[in-house]
Each structure stands twice: as structure tokens, then as C-alpha cells.
Design a protein around this ligand. Structure first.
Ligand code: ZN
Length: 255
């Protein structure tokens, strides 16, 4: 059973309990207000925490993994300033990664997108527009977003992908409904670099390296300057610690 159902059933039981107490003793209205507020808060937090598997099941790490493997993922590209440099660094260290691309960027930078594929990396769908208000999409609009990005990936890269990463990591019941139709695997992360909000590469590196463990999925973005020093340092550390960097599909298929 999804955590969503468990939360809803628990809330319903608590509501019935309040009604019962109210019938026999009479209770203040704010008990009801408190219960509904907590329920709404948990529902909203469920949207922002993919690891809770609240509205859908997301793959956020390989549990019980003993082989020293880690999956590096790059969101929001392809980017004209950084993606090719990221590819160079990955090549230098013989590392493979997964790029969750935005459809509109695939259309704008088709050659960079093809380079990602030509270098043997995996591709994931990260919506077509990555609009700031995308989380409020209807099921229909979500379906369009996912399918449009899918078409760009297939037409330009000649590749199909069954991986999807929700923009901003936000999941909703409507997105869950759309993904049931498209049958994509939802990929999250268990190491968040916060590289889009933290400028200092040193701070980002420190945050990442203390969380590295076998089976981890790391979230990075190939759209800002700090990705290069962070990646270079990280690849050096991973090499020193005998870690292999793999794609999401390799991690998923690892026995
Ligand atoms: Zn994104």
C-alpha cells in the first residue's frame, strides 16, 4: 500500500475518533482544523519527497548494494556552455552517467544532445518545457509534456527512454496518473548536491562526498559553472575510493 493510502486511512480514523469524542463529550472545533491542517501538510510534503513514494514509486537508490557503484545524473541539459565539457571530464575518467534532458533543450541543441548519446551515456526524459508551474499540470498536460519530450529524444537521438525524472522532484497524483499511461520508471536521487543554490564548489563537494555509498544516485545539473570543478574533484575521489560510475539502467540491472 502506498504511503498516501496509509496517511488517508489514518486521517479518516482520527476524524471518526474526533466525531465520536464530539458526540459524547463535545470538543472544540480547532481539533478538526488541526487534523485537516496536518493532513494537508503531509500531502504537500509528500509531493516534495520522492523518497516517501507517496504518489508514485520512485527509484532513488539501489538498496543493499555492496558493489562500489554510483550513478551520476545530470538534469536540465543539454546546455551549450557546459554539457560538452562535462562529457570530456567523464571520458577522461571512463565514467558513464545519465542525462535527464529537457525536450526544448534537445530541440535547441541537437548536436550536443547527440554527443551525449555518442559518448555512451544514458538519456532520461525530464519533461518538454520544465515550466516553473509544471507541478500544477493536469493529467492531460503531463501526458503532452512527457510524450513531446519523448518525440524529441527519439527523432533527434534515435533513442527511446523509459526513464523519467519529475522537474523539481515534485510528484502529484496527476503526474502519477500520466506515468501509469506512459509506463516510465521514475528516477529520483538519494544524494542532492544543491548545486543550483550553492555557489561554492568546495561546499558542494563536501556535501556530496560524505554521503557517497554503494548504490547511490547523485543529482547534479549540467547548466552552471560549478558543475565542472565539482565533477572533476568528485571523479578523482571516486577513482581513489575504487568506485565505478554507472548509468541508471546499469544500476537498475545490477543483481
Ligand atoms: Zn530539472
Amino acid at each position: 500500500m502506498r504511503n498516501l493510502q496509509i496517511t488517508s486511512i489514518a486521517t479518516l480514523f482520527m476524524f471518526l475518533f474526533l466525531v465520536l469524542c464530539d458526540t459524547f463529550n463535545g470538543i472544540a472545533l480547532w481539533w478538526y482544523v488541526l487534523l485537516i491542517s496536518i493532513w494537508l501538510l503531509v500531502m504537500a510534503m509528500g509531493s516534495f519527497h520522492m523518497r516517501w513514494n507517496f504518489y508514485l514509486k520512485a527509484f532513488t537508490s539501489k538498496k543493499n548494494q555492496t558493489t562500489k557503484q554510483i550513478a551520476l545524473t545530470f538534469d536540465d541539459g543539454p546546455n551549450p556552455n557546459f554539457t560538452l565539457k562535462v562529457l570530456d571530464l567523464l571520458n577522461q575518467y571512463n565514467a558513464k552517467a545519465t542525462f535527464f534532458c529537457i525536450g526544448v533543450n534537445v530541440e535547441t541543441y541537437p548536436e550536443i544532445f547527440k554527443s551525449i548519446i555518442d559518448n555512451g551515456h544514458d538519456i532520461g526524459n525530464h519533461s518538454f518545457s520544465h515550466d516553473a508551474m509544471i507541478a500544477f499540470n493536469s493529467t492531460e498536460t503531463w501526458l503532452n509534456e512527457i510524450k513531446q519530450a519523448e518525440n524529441s529524444i527519439l527523432r533527434i537521438g534515435g533513442k527511446k527512454t523509459n526513464l523519467f525524472r519529475p522537474p523539481f522532484g515534485v510528484t502529484t497524483p496527476k503526474l502519477a496518473r500520466a506515468l501509469k499511461v506512459t509506463e516510465h520508471k521514475v528516477i529520483g536521487w538519494n544524494i542532492r548536491s544543491y548545486d543550483t543554490v550553492t555557489k561554492s564548489p568546495e561546499r558542494i563537494i563536501k556535501r556530496i562526498t560524505k554521503q557517497i555509498k554503494p548504490g547511490a544516485i547523485l543529482l547534479l545539473h549540467d547548466k552552471q559553472p560549478n558543475v565542472l570543478p565539482v565533477l572533476e574533484h568528485l571523479l578523482r575521489v571516486l577513482q581513489k575510493w575504487d568506485y565505478q560510475t554507472v548509468t541508471i539502467n546499469e544500476l537498475l540491472n545490477e543483481k
